[in-house]
Design a protein around this ligand. Sequence first.
Ligand code: GDP
Length: 199
Amino acid sequence: MIDKAIYIGSFNKEAECPATEIPEFAFIGRSNVGKSSLINLITNRKDLAKTSQTPGKTQKLNFFLIDDIWHLVDLPGYGYAKVSKTMRSDFEKMIQYYLKNRQQLYCTFLLIDASISPQKIDIEFANWLGQHQIPFVIVFTKTDKSKAVEVKKNIDKFNEKLLETWTTLPESFRTSSEKRIGQKELRSFIQSVLADNKK
Ligand code: GDP
């Protein structure tokens, strides 16, 4: 059960993040993918992720301590058109550095909007994670937003694109923050990763 969620702080780079051994789970996706809504769903809060949406914090690594045992890390959304090209590459480098070097990072949740067809930037990002052997799972969001057949088609197409590069697909979840679907599954996934690493 997640009943405790505390905002720890927002950091500019990996070196500034809390130097603890607390296991971390990171959340990332394109802006507007439904990341804040999903974080609120998982933590059972109405506005936990709002903290990281306040101006100045959207491009930082936002840390929350959950149940005193793990850190939820809300990473900046990528592919945000309004950010200039150089800015974009600077903060993309910051995200990449965190993902590649963070020892306490147990798993990354890559959020993919299931209500739209596969986006090139998402495929590229998934492939990048795979190439660097960064443990990740996929969360297909907004599964309530389009008709079920459309959602299935979008997910199938996304998986097909991944299979052009990879022989196996990463574990995936289907969620709807609107309909509160997937909360139990994501929470028990996190618990099982934590339990596996304790042994
Ligand atoms: P973020 O930018 O990735 O943090 O995305 P938000 O959580 O702020 O959501 C972006 C928009 O998508 C908002 O208008 C949300 O209400 C909507 N949204 C988020 N999750 C869902 C969902 O599961 N279903 C539907 N229909 N809309 C959603």
